[in-house]
Unconditional design. Structure first.
Lengths: 166, 103, 692
């Protein structure tokens, strides 16, 4: 386990923590961007260059912007009156802790049986393109449809209705 | 600790954090952020297994993660659009107040 | 029993016997039709009644002729027609009618006298507004009485007996608006009822001992030798045989109807009814029904003894009948001496003569008693109708002290009345003399005792005395009433004349020279012979009775003669023996005695029964009702608490449970998410565990 891994992991985790715990919503959005970036770097370290760049492009470049826009459109930057956490936050925390416990315990328990491939695979964009158009062409087309539907749907959902005041 | 276990733990941690945020924050947008974090944690899991699992030349993990990213993006778009639409109707994004479906 | 010399019994019923039932049925049907007619149909009602009874008379004469021809040819006629009325298992209750000399003679007498009285009534009741109702009841009575006469079954006789009692009640109380009339009707009914209770006991006992209620049934009837032997063998209390006991019970019923001594109290009060009613019912027919009943069941009463004319002993039952009859005869004659109402004198006279008939039956047998009954019917009806004529002529005045001198104003009435009076007193050679003499003769030759003989002779003296007194008061002297007396119309006087004729001549049927009547009833041949007069002991007896009668007549004439005492002056006899007169005038206080004993006891008993009914039975009923109410309350409580409560509680629980479950649906997204997360954790844990 190299030190890079630990640094990147810490970055990601702290970014995530900040995203969840900060009061100002815009700060949360920026924090989650840092988490996304950390994750992208992790992908790069793992040798999944395409996934890493796709992460940067899509998540940081689109989703984060989208979140910021949404925050701005909904006046989310204003601090809410009753606090940022819901009334029954303790139950949520407990459940999340439970989930982490289960997952972590599963991971720790199965250290011995986890696979280990020492060599990093060499992946070219060529291969990825071939795979996309070859083996995964159906999935590709379906995702394309999905994206179209989502696009249209988002537009319709967020569109101003006739006669409704802003 | 094997590298894979480390990645898995990180992913589990991020996942739990994302879950905690989704379950406890009032603002609807922050719930969506939590959901994005969860999806990202799952992606990290996938990539890690792709790297350290058998047959990485099949690109299964990578492809899965890429598609996951695409779908997550689409879902974020639609979700945020819904939040904006709800905000227009109820003038708030506070989830605690949205209990009209109470049985 | 009687000897049948050369008489062969004829068993098959002739055609006249087959239609014998029409004799009572026609007047009953006429009564029913009249009952349905409207009040103003007077002529039609009386014509219907008279017509039906006329046809009955014709039929009765035909039946009598049939029996007569059979008798004259040497047959003993006793034809019966029996039929089963109610089936009871193997056996049945039978009814039927009989045609024999006794029933034929009675039928002719009842229809003839009845018809004459019906015709008389059209005149007497002409001004009454209830004319139609009167003839309806009269017709019903005639039908029922004829039913009693021809009945071959004790049950049928009893049923018609009761109808006769009912019509007597209806007719006594005909003018029901008068309280005295209504009370008299009730008294008559109740008193005869007392007798009828014993009568019914006798019937039941007879049925239980012999198994049949028919009189004659080809050897199986209750009056035929087999049944009589069974009754004699049966035992009753006080060492009597069943036959005696049954006979006494039946006599009790007859005593009620015929006014014998303890049960005579209703007859004088029955004079409240119209005079034709008194004539028909309380002189000629209904009161004679008791005598007829004893004559009918004579075989039962004479069972065990050897009774033939003038020889042998007698039975207990007949002894009782004789003494009761004799006592009644004297008792009633004494009271009649001191009465002032014209009809009451005749009523007590009737009671007295009924006593004579019963004594005659007891001592001399069926023929002796029945002969006096027949003759009495004619002259008593005549006397009553004559009295009615006198009352009508004096403008409804009934007190003899306010009448008088009617000899001049109402000659026809006077002559007929005098004929009847002399017949009753027993002046020779009128009918009453022969019949009464027959009784006196049988009394004189009665083995048990001479007591009845002396009583009856004394009674004859009294009879002559009080009748003379009455005739003197009414027809002699001067008219003491108000208004002007006038003779009655022809429709009333013609029947009087007819009856007077019979009163005078009927005696010829029973003289010792030609004992036709006795022979006819006893199924023996009869021949006319003057030698009958020379039977030993007969002439002294004849002389004795004549002397007694004339003594009575003379005494009466001496005291009352041609004088005209006013109503306010005391009676001549009263001046002589005032205390005795007082007692006799008050009817020897019999009614008062009954009032103090029987009626008082009955009132007390009624009060006890009322208390019992209200407290005990009423209390039981109330207790049951209370128990039910309590049960109903408990039921309601149970229903409310457990059934309703349980059901309601169950529904509430379901509701609460549903509410609890619904509280999961908070409507908040994060809660749903949490649930999802928990579920996933649990599933993951299970997966991991199961794969280990």
């Amino acid at each position: 386990m190299s030190g890079v891994f630990w640094i990147l992991a810490a970055l990601t985790v702290f970014g995530a923590l900040a995203a969840v715990m900060l009061k100002n919503t815009v700060h949360c959005a920026l924090a989650v961007t840092i988490a996304f970036a950390g994750l992208a770097l992790l992908y790069l370290q793992l040798g999944a260059q395409f996934a890493g760049f796709a992460q940067i492009l899509i998540y940081i470049g689109a989703v984060a912007i989208l979140v910021v826009f949404a925050i701005l459109l909904t006046r989310g930057s204003e601090t809410p009156k009753e606090g940022i956490f819901s009334r029954s936050w303790f139950a949520g925390m407990t459940i999340a802790a439970g989930v982490f416990a289960v997952l972590g315990w599963a991971a720790i328990q199965s250290i011995h049986v986890l696979p280990h491939q020492a060599e990093a695979p060499s992946v070219t964009v060529n291969q990825i393109g071939d795979a996309l158009m070859g083996r995964y062409v159906l999935a590709l087309e379906i995702v394309a449809l999905l994206l179209t539907a989502a696009l249209i749907g988002a537009v319709i959902v967020a569109m101003h209705e006739k006669g409704e005041s802003k | 600790m094997t590298p894979l276990a480390g990645y898995l733990l990180v992913a589990a941690l991020v996942f739990a954090i994302g879950l905690a945020g989704a379950l406890t924050r009032r603002n609807a947008i922050l719930v969506l952020i939590g959901i994005e974090l969860m999806l990202n944690a799952a992606n990290l899991n996938l990539i890690a297994f792709w790297r350290y699992g058998p047959h990485p030349e099949l690109l299964t993990g990578m492809m899965f993660a890429v598609f996951s990213i695409a779908v997550a993006a689409a879902e974020a778009a639609v979700g945020l659009g819904l939040v904006i639409s709800i905000y227009r109707h109820t003038r708030t994004t506070d989830l605690d107040e949205m209990n009209r479906m109470k049985g | 029993m009687q000897e049948s010399m050369g008489f062969t019994p004829q068993l098959a019923a002739s055609s006249i016997a087959q239609i014998l039932w029409l004799i009572p049925a026609l007047p009953m049907v006429a009564s029913g039709v009249i009952a349905l007619m409207k009040q103003p149909a007077r002529r039609l009602a009386s014509s219907l009644a008279i017509g039906s009874l006329g046809i009955s008379l014709v039929l009765a004469l035909a039946a009598f002729g049939h029996v007569l021809s059979g008798w004259s040819h040497g047959f003993s006629v006793r034809e019966t027609v029996n039929f089963a009325w109610v089936g009871m298992g193997a056996g049945s209750i039978d009814l039927g009618w009989v045609l024999d000399p006794l029933s034929a003679v009675m039928a002719v007498m009842v229809t003839l006298v009845g018809l004459l009285i019906f015709i008389y009534s059209t005149g007497y009741m002409a001004e009454d507004e209830n004319y139609t109702r009167f003839f309806c009841f009269l017709s019903l009575f005639a039908g029922a009485m004829l039913g009693v006469v021809i009945a071959n079954s004790l049950l049928l006789l009893f049923m018609c007996w009761e109808i006769v009692g009912l019509t007597s009640y209806l007719l006594i109380g005909f003018w029901y608006q008068k309280p005295s009339a209504a009370a008299a009707a009730k008294k008559a009914f109740v008193t005869t009822r007392v007798g009828d209770v014993f009568f019914l006991l006798g019937i039941v006992w007879l049925f239980s001992v012999t198994g049949t209620l028919l009189f004659y049934n080809n050897g199986a009837g209750a009056l035929e030798p087999d049944a009589i032997a069974t009754m004699l063998a049966g035992k009753a209390a006080l060492g009597l045989s069943a036959a005696t006991a049954i006979g006494l019970l039946i006599f009790a019923g007859a005593a009620g109807k015929s006014g014998q001594l303890p049960l005579h109290v209703w007859l004088p009060d029955a004079m409240e009814g119209p005079t034709p009613v008194s004539a028909l019912i309380h002189a000629a027919t209904m009161v004679a029904a008791g005598v007829y009943l004893v004559a009918r069941v004579y075989p039962v009463m004479a069972a065990g003894g050897t009774l033939s004319h003038g020889a042998g002993g007698t039975t207990t039952a007949l002894t009782v009948v004789t003494w009761v009859g004799a006592a009644t005869a004297v008792f009633a004659a004494l009271i009649a001496v001191a009465q002032n109402d014209i009809k009451r004198i005749l009523a007590y006279s009737t009671v007295s003569q009924l006593g004579y008939m019963m004594a005659g039956l007891g001592m001399g047998g069926v023929a002796v008693g029945m002969f006096h009954l027949i003759t009495h019917a004619f002259f008593k009806a005549l006397l009553f109708m004559g009295a009615g004529s006198a009352i009508h002529g004096c403008h409804e005045e009934q007190d003899v002290r306010r009448m008088g001198g009617l000899r001049k104003e109402m000659p026809t009435t006077f002559v007929t009345y005098a004929a009847g009076m002399m017949a009753l007193a027993g002046v020779i050679p009128l009918a009453g003399f022969w019949s009464k003499d027959a009784i006196l003769e049988s009394a004189h030759t009665w083995k048990s005792s001479q007591g009845p003989y002396f009583l009856l002779v004394f009674g004859a003296l009294l009879t002559a005395f009080y009748m003379t007194r009455q005739v003197c008061y009414v027809f002699f002297g001067e008219y003491r009433g108000h208004g002007h007396a006038h003779e009655s119309p022809r429709v009333m006087t013609v029947p009087l004349v007819i009856l007077a004729f019979f009163a005078v001549t009927l005696g010829v049927l029973g003289t010792p020279a030609w004992p036709w009547f006795r022979a006819f009833l006893d199924d023996r041949p009869a021949a006319f012979e003057w030698a009958g007069f020379s039977e030993p002991g007969f002439l002294p007896l004849l002389l004795t009775s004549t002397v007694v009668v004339f003594a009575g007549l003379g005494l009466g004439w001496w005291l009352y003669g041609n004088k005209s005492p006013r109503a306010e002056e005391p009676d001549a006899l009263e001046r002589a023996v005032p205390t005795l007169w007082g007692w006799l005038h008050e009817k020897l206080y019999v009614d008062e005695l009954y009032g103090v004993t029987v009626i008082a006891f009955y009132g007390w008993w009624a009060r006890v029964a009322d208390w019992f009914d209200r407290r005990v039975w009423g209390g039981l009923v109330a207790a049951v009702a209370l128990a039910f109410r309590g049960l109903a309350h408990f039921d309601r409580f149970f229903d409310r608490q457990f059934v309703d409560g349980g059901f309601d509680k169950g529904c509430e629980e379901i509701y609460t449970g549903g509410g609890l479950l619904a509280s999961i649906q908070t409507g908040r997204v994060q809660h749903y998410l949490r649930l999802l997360a928990v579920a996933v954790v649990v599933l993951a844990a299970i997966l991991i565990w199961s794969s280990r």
